[in-house]
Design a protein around this ligand. Structure first.
Ligand SMILES: Nc1ncnc2c1ncn2[C@@H]1O[C@H](COP(=O)(O)OP(=O)(O)OP(=O)(O)O)[C@@H](O)[C@H]1O
Length: 248
């Protein structure tokens, strides 16, 4: 269980209490500035908590050493900036630095990441010469090379084409099936509804709702939090939405 207990960070999160069960894909949704990235950074230990605590399996995450945290979680920031012309193959190798696992596991994860994210034809290319979407795909693949029990991804599918959006969400589902807890910030509410086990809706740094997508994405919550009204289209292939600005 990943538990926020009354967490406050001035102007960013206010008295946030929520319990995220282990082994679920949880989407954090909310308008710009709602606190989604802050929530992920807080779990990753990248923000100073002014009040309250974040517990993982009943232990305050602040008591974790940097190394213990590294073995527990992986974090994909909202934006990745690549300045050095390292090849994609080398970058995947570098991303396993300081990860404790058998060399057989590390080699297997690297191979799987390369295959899962279809990077064969990019393997020898410098990361600096790839398109934005290709770089994003490599950044996610780097996470896949060091499988951690707790995975945090800030808008993982942003900038990806539809095929790779679905591929990434399918891969996250697979990670969850293998036991990982995955928390993602996501703006695409249709993808969130299609893939996530649970959603946390934030607004102005506060929790508006937490639960199954059907309940959280209610007409009332969408109207109050996003000022939109939505018609949902669902079938066995997926979920789509038709949205209108209220008062638009
Ligand atoms: N380093 C910072 N110092 C102070 N305030 C910050 C900092 N980073 C973000 N904020 C503020 O905290 C609030 C939440 O920001 P956050 O980045 O968590 O939002 P978000 O929900 O991820 O937004 P978006 O959808 O635009 O990415 C915003 O009001 C933002 O201006």
């Amino acid at each position: 269980m990943l538990k926020f207990v009354d967490v406050t960070i001035a102007n960013r999160l206010t008295s946030l209490s929520v319990s995220i069960p282990t082994g679920k894909l949880v989407g954090v949704v909310g308008p710009n500035g709602a606190g989604k990235s802050t929530l992920l950074k807080t779990i990753a230990g990248l923000t100073h908590i002014e009040h309250g605590r974040v517990e993982y399996e009943q232990t305050d995450l602040r008591s974790y050493s940097a190394d213990k945290r590294r073995q527990l979680l992986s974090y994909l920031p909202q934006f990745s900036q690549f300045n050095e012309p390292v090849t994609v193959g080398n970058l995947l190798q570098l991303s396993q630095m300081n990860i404790r696992a058998s060399s057989a596991d590390l080699a297997c994860w690297q191979q799987n990441a390369m295959e899962n994210f279809e990077l064969g034809n990019l393997q020898c290319r410098p990361i600096t010469e790839l398109s934005g979407g290709e770089q994003r795909r490599v950044a996610i693949a780097c996470m896949a090379t060091c499988q951690r029990p707790l995975m945090l991804l800030d808008e993982p599918v942003s900038g990806l084409d539809l095929y790779y959006q679905l591929l990434t969400m399918d891969w996250l589902k697979t990670c969850v099936k293998k036991g990982a807890t995955v928390v993602i910030a996501i703006h695409d509410l249709a993808l969130a509804a299609q893939y996530c086990d649970q959603l946390l809706m934030l607004n102005n740094g506060k929790a508006v709702a937490f639960g199954c997508p059907n309940d959280v994405l209610s007409d009332t919550n969408l109207a109050h939090t996003f000022q939109v009204s939505v018609d949902w289209l669902c079938n066995e292939n997926g979920v789509a939405m038709l949205a209108n600005r209220l008062n638009g």
